[in-house]
Write a new protein. Structure first.
Length: 738
């Protein structure tokens, strides 16, 4: 029997798994005497990371505030979990100076010696800040995949929030990719510096990643001086299968002394998908293409992916800008050496100066670009919002001898300039020695162009096969005809275009088609619907929306709701975005109602409801966070026999009015008497020698309160001795004759 039991035990050994252990840190813990248990926790994350190395274990960060002066090196497979991001804060004072060539340091380092190591680990439920930009970088993930970062708030790091590298540096193609890293439900703000002052800045900085996803995050870099706000996302050189969706991204809308990107990632190798995001502001929102610098040049496009980039169903918005910015404010720029299969479909551009452009880029060399599509996009109030501005909205340029561009499709777009700008809808430039072929402009609605023509073709190179077909060209100068200069375009087709008012439902914001529009049923069969323009006509009623009322609150959180009325037999989706104010956190941004947290100041939130036939409506809610201030009038000193003072209080309200004042005594040698405690200015009597503290409580009309104290010091008076008075002296005294 013993023999059989021994054999059975040996056979079961591979299936005996060590129990996963949770280790604890706490603000009251001790690295010297703690053992990491819940009853005797450590004090610092850096000590916990150096002590825990078993895959599957978790370092649990109890609620509280921590200061980390040392680097935290996290072993593969070990998790970090906070109690909650609202209550668990880690402040890094560790400098972790950035080295763009081969970064090795950060606040938290996940470093593997072998490329493609799978970490199978998470970092979650924390607020982490860089101590007012003292720390350069928070998280460095190097040669490791399978890392998930979620439900974290990351703020105030100088150069980078999260940096991921598949190889030892961002310039080397990995032999084994870092696969499956993920960031979701995070707030990342003020963690990126512009390359004007610091090379390589990004809230998320990446290279050599495969199947990396970022979703449902709120990302902003708006608080630094002009020219110093770095990228939201930068890099992913040689990247494959990147997916960026359901994110909210904010950049400044300024004159842009420096580059001001949302996603600067012109070196993906294939399969990058950017969909269903909200972008606000920025100089250049998406920089796409192929700028991998090889000598001689090598084509890195992985043709197992159907596209190099797919950009779809995003919402791009800006203030109505009165300037084009230092770099032109090109929303989506396609550039680079060897560009193939870039598709920009079904997006909405509101108050965007230049929605789309194709060029060689800033490299100054000839490029080879092919199969680029801009289709079913709506461009509202495009162009610089300035009556003295003359500009091109969409630009397709080949400026260098030897450059080639072919198979460009601009189809089924609706493009409307704002009412002030003098615009050309599309400018086509082919310079000497460059060539273009098969450029198709079909089924577009292009109206109100007043800068020479709706289409301007400047051809000192070679353009073969330019096709203009079934566009609705209305109210454009030059009798709705294009203008040409330079060499003759060969194989030019201009057919089926109409010059009628497209009859929009409610321009400029609602550019869907009315019943009876001449664009209905007039499209050439390119595959984007039977109607000309981006928004296909439907006899089905559009949805309507009602939203909750505007709010003034005195806390940092609230909830808002919207109610959609769908057409009979139809349903749809909800999408909440923030259009003004400091970035807040949405509880359920795709639900009809959502909580909002992290609120300060004045904010505007918009809900867009989209019916299943793509018709949409939206409504906005203003949420202002009210606060009061109090001033007790400053400290005072009096000397007896004066035994009274006047307290001169005051208060202000950010959104309301002051409704009440109330003075109380906090401390003192006796109980003083107030004249009228319920007014801003009151007298206090009955003071004796000592120190008093009085408090004024200010309440405003929304219920916000504030307190302020004044310290009153009462000094003893100088005694007055009348002649003939008897004085008793105690102790040893010496008298000197005068």
């Amino acid at each position: 029997m013993t023999k059989y039991l021994t054999i059975l035990s040996i056979c079961l050994l591979p299936f005996i798994v060590r129990a996963q252990t949770t280790h604890y840190i706490d603000p009251t813990g001790s690295d010297a005497t703690g053992n990491g248990t819940s009853g005797n926790p450590w004090a610092s994350l850096s000590h916990a990371c150096s002590s825990v190395s078993t895959a599957g274990d978790t370092i649990f960060v109890n609620a509280g505030t921590y200061t980390e002066a040392n680097e935290c090196v996290l072993a593969a497979g070990v998790n970090i979990k906070g109690a909650d991001s609202s209550t668990t804060r880690i402040k890094f004072t560790y400098p972790s100076n950035w080295n763009n060539n081969e970064p090795t340091t950060a606040g938290i380092v996940l470093l593997s010696s072998t490329q493609g190591t799978i970490g199978n680990q998470t970092i979650s439920n924390l607020t982490i800040d860089g101590n007012s930009l003292t720390c350069d970088n928070l998280i460095l993930i190097k040669r490791r995949g399978g890392v998930i970062i979620h439900d974290c708030t990351i703020k105030d790091f100088y150069s980078n929030g999260i940096c991921l590298m598949g190889a030892s540096d961002p310039y080397t193609k990995p032999t084994s990719y870092s696969i499956g890293n993920q960031i979701y439900n995070c707030i990342i703000t003020n963690c990126s510096d512009s390359d004007d002052t610091q090379v390589g800045g990004g809230l998320i900085n990446m290279s050599g990643q495969k199947n990396f996803t970022i979703h449902d995050c709120n990302l902003s870099d708006t608080s630094r001086v002009e020219g110093a706000n770095g990228d939201i996302i930068v890099g992913n050189k040689y990247g494959l299968g990147f997916h960026y969706y359901n994110n909210h991204s904010y950049k400044p809308s300024t004159a842009n002394a420096g580059w001001n990107f949302h996603l600067e990632m012109p070196s993906e190798a294939g399969g990058a998908k950017i969909d269903s995001n909200y972008f606000f502001g920025g100089d250049q929102v998406l920089d796409l293409g192929d700028n991998i610098e090889d000598t001689p040049y090598v084509n890195h496009y992985d043709t197992s992916y159907a596209y190099k980039y797919l950009v779809s169903h995003n919402y791009f918005e800006d203030y109505a800008p009165q300037f084009a910015g230092t770099h032109g404010k090109y929303c989506i720029s396609v550039e680079g050496y060897y560009v193939r299969n870039i598709f920009v479909d079904s997006n909405k551009f509101v108050n965007i100066v230049h929605p789309f452009s194709i060029s060689e880029g800033s490299g100054g060399v000839a490029t080879d670009q092919e199969n680029i599509r801009f289709a079913s996009n709506v461009c509202i109030n495009s162009g610089q919002n300035d009556g003295s501005a003359f500009m091109n909205l969409i630009e397709i340029n080949k400026d260098y001898s030897g450059s080639k561009l072919k198979n460009v499709y601009v189809l089924n777009n609706t493009i409307v300039p704002n009412s002030l700008v003098h615009a050309t809808i599309l400018k086509l430039t082919c310079s000497s020695g460059a060539s273009m072929s098969n450029i198709v402009l079909g089924n577009n609605i292009a109206i109100n162009a007043t800068n020479g023509a709706w289409l301007n073709v400047d051809n000192t190179g070679t353009i073969d096969s330019l096709i203009l077909r079934n566009n609705d060209l209305y109210n454009n100068v030059n009798s709705n005809n294009p203008t040409f200069s330079g060499n003759t375009v060969t194989h030019y087709i201009n057919s089926g275009n109409i010059n009628s008012d497209p009859l929009f439902v409610s321009p400029p914001l609602d550019l869907s088609l009315q019943s009876g529009s001449p664009a209905i049923g007039a499209a050439y069969p390119y595959g984007y619907g039977s109607d000309i323009g981006a928004l296909q006509y439907s006899s089905v009623a559009a949805p309507t929306i009602s939203v909750s009322g505007n709010q003034v609150i005195i806390t940092s959180s609230t909830s808002v709701y919207a109610t959609a009325t769908w057409a009979s037999g139809h349903s749809g989706t909800y999408a909440w975005t923030q259009t003004a104010g400091t970035a807040a956190t949405f509880g359920s941004p795709t639900a009809s109602s959502t909580t909002l947290s992290g609120l300060t100041g004045h904010n505007t939130f918009k809900c867009t409801v989209t019916q299943d036939d793509s018709q949409a409506a939206n409504g906005s809610v203003n949420v202002n966070v009210d606060y009061a201030t109090a001033n007790a009038g400053g400290n005072q000193t009096v000397t007896l026999p004066t035994n009274n003072v006047t307290l001169n209080g005051s208060g202000t309200s950010s959104d309301g009015t002051i409704s009440s004042y109330w003075w109380t005594q906090i401390s003192g040698p006796n109980t003083a008497s107030f004249g009228t405690p319920a007014v801003a200015t009151t007298t206090v009597t009955g003071l004796i020698q000592g120190t008093y503290v009085f408090n004024i409580l200010v309440t405003d009309s929304y219920g916000a309160t504030a307190n302020s104290t004044a310290t009153i010091t009462v000094n003893p008076g100088i005694p007055v001795i009348n002649p003939g008075s008897r004085i008793t002296l105690y102790g040893n005294w010496k008298f000197k004759n005068q």
